[in-house]
Design a protein around this ligand. Structure first.
Ligand code: HEC
Length: 112
């Protein structure tokens, strides 16, 4: 074979990368990523929700700590809530995996 680029080597390299990516994606059913959940709510929801403490400004929503401390607001409840319309916030779209992370994050803030 002549020198220079070897298409086979290239193909193998690509296959390896795909395999590695596949493995990363499939690694232990990492239920949800709290850190990612925190980033998502900081980016999309901080206009109305603080994370911790008690909200006293009536123009804003309750803090996540307050929400999570309400009766029955467990991760499952919050996850289902995120699939519904959220008045007064009408236009947001999160990916399903983001909703999982957000629900886990909010639930993790519950005062116990
Ligand atoms: C435009 C303001 C606004 C934005 C933006 C907003 N929310 Fe809210 N949210 C509210 C208000 C107001 C309430 C209070 C309703 C209540 O007391 O249950 C609320 C309540 C909630 C609840 C509690 C529901 C319950 O039944 O206890 C959750 C969970 C929640 N928001 C999540 C989010 C998430 C996640 C985002 C970002 C994707 C977000 N909100 C963005 C205003 C907002």
């Amino acid at each position: 074979m002549s020198g220079g680029k070897n298409p086979e080597t290239f193909t193998i390299a690509v296959a390896c990368m795909l395999l590695a990516a596949g493995c990363l994606a499939a690694t232990p059913v990492q239920a949800a990523d709290l850190e990612s959940g925190r980033r998502v709510v900081e980016k999309w929801c901080s206009q109305c929700h603080a994370q911790k403490g008690a909200e006293t400004n009536p123009d804003r929503g309750p803090t996540y700590e307050q929400i999570a401390s309400r009766e029955g607001r467990n991760e499952r409840y919050i996850r289902a809530f995120l699939d519904r319309d959220h008045f007064p916030m009408t236009t947001y779209r999160l990916f399903d995996h983001e909703k999982d992370d957000v629900a886990a994050f909010i639930a993790s803030l519950a005062r116990r």
